[in-house]
Design a protein around this ligand. Structure first.
Ligand SMILES: Cc1ncc(COP(=O)(O)O)c(C=O)c1O
Length: 360
């Protein structure tokens, strides 16, 4: 069967060369006579894989030396709790910006450990924009400020990173890590579930400024303490070995594409093709205001629910899968992460044009 164009919000497409390489190395990784899935995580051959993955990620994101890169499990959802447990400290209060479902989950978990102030929210317009943030809005006594750089469900993204002064900025980057360039030194901590731009589910990447670790609340379980993983180079227990190996392949592929800067240009081009069509369509329309539009997740709706349903069904049969929108927005959502080729977006637009001509 031919491969489909998969517009899933996550887990999502992986670059085809990565899958081919993994298939080629499935039974015998690099002359070891074993699959990476079978190997001891303490073996020299696996140690090189995890070290290479970290080095490639540091290179791709230009991670400064005073930051640690951790390969954890538990998803971004576990970070909603792990961040406050480790970073709230004696201050016991944090500032969080509410831009949708994932921010709300971060708020719910942080509330278990202290006081949460919602600095700003875009809930009044169903999270279709990013609130304007000024440095003066943040509480200088807060332990940190939390944002979600890209909102997977509502399709919004921060165009610029808020200036939080001396306050550490924590970012959930699950759905746009590696898709655009960021100055890591502006953040205290970044976390991301792997299943969109990094690799398969099961791996969570955390990038933490060294000085922020080491002050967890009392009784923090060993596994939920960042220091445990820092001190053991993400090998305190068995790491998600195979997912880390695929991350390494994804990062090698990304490097071949010219790194994050080139990927950002490709992503901007891909998103522009889709948004331009939507803005000129007589049938479909994008749900997010232009200046807040995500490069990764593009929600859109047709004129009626019947048309949405028919479109999703016909698109699926034509090999454009997982276009059904999240129930909170309705309609459709095309997730066009790094691995979605430009041809995939162009082919989708052609299909939409044809559908429109047949129905308008
Ligand atoms: C922005 C964002 N944060 C957090 C999550 C939750 O991630 P996980 O399923 O890895 O816990 C998701 C999942 O889609 C997400 O998009």
């Amino acid at each position: 069967m031919a491969r489909v164009y998969n517009f899933s919000a996550g887990p999502s497409m992986l670059p085809e060369p990565v899958l081919r390489k993994a298939a080629q190395e499935m039974l015998d990784y690099n002359g070891s006579g074993q699959s990476v899935m079978e190997m001891s995580h303490r073996s020299a051959v696996y140690e090189k894989i995890i070290k290479d993955a970290e080095a490639l990620l540091r290179e791709a994101m230009r991670v400064p030396d005073n930051y640690k890169v951790l390969f954890l499990q538990g998803g971004a959802s576990m970070q909603f709790a792990m961040v406050p447990m480790n970073l709230m400290g004696q201050k016991k209060k944090v500032d969080i910006v509410n831009t949708g479902v994932w921010s709300k989950k971060a708020i719910t978990e942080a509330k278990r450990f202290g006081t949460v102030r919602v600095v700003a929210t875009s809930e009044d317009k169903n999270f279709s924009y990013i609130p304007t943030l000024e440095k003066s809005m943040f509480d200088p006594e807060a332990a940190y400020v939390h944002i979600t750089t890209n909102n997977t469900i509502f399709g919004t993204r921060y165009r610029s990173i808020p200036d939080t002064g001396a306050l550490p900025l924590v970012a959930d980057m699950s759905s746009n890590i590696l898709s655009e360039e960021y100055d890591i030194s502006k953040f205290g901590l970044i976390y991301a579930g792997a299943q969109k731009n990094l690799g398969p589910a099961g791996l969570t990447v955390v990038i933490i400024r060294e000085d922020l670790a080491g002050k967890p609340i009392d009784n923090t379980p060993t596994m939920l303490n960042y220091s445990t993983h820092i001190e053991n180079d993400s090998m305190f227990n068995t790491p998600p070995c195979y997912s880390i190996y695929i991350l390494k392949l994804v990062l090698e592929w990304l490097k071949e594409q010219g790194g994050v800067a080139s990927m950002q240009k490709i992503n901007e081009r891909k998103a522009a093709i889709l948004y331009e069509f939507l803005d000129n369509s007589r049938m479909f329309k994008a749900t997010v205001e232009p200046q807040y539009r995500s490069l990764m997740n593009v929600p859109f709706v047709a004129a009626s629910d019947e048309l949405n349903k028919e479109f999703i069904k016909k698109a699926d049969s034509a090999g454009f899968v997982n276009l059904k929108g999240h129930r909170l927005v309705g309609g459709m959502r095309a997730s066009i992460y790094n691995a979605m080729p430009e041809e995939g977006v162009k082919a989708l637009v052609e299909f939409m044009k044809k559908f429109e001509m047949e129905h308008v």
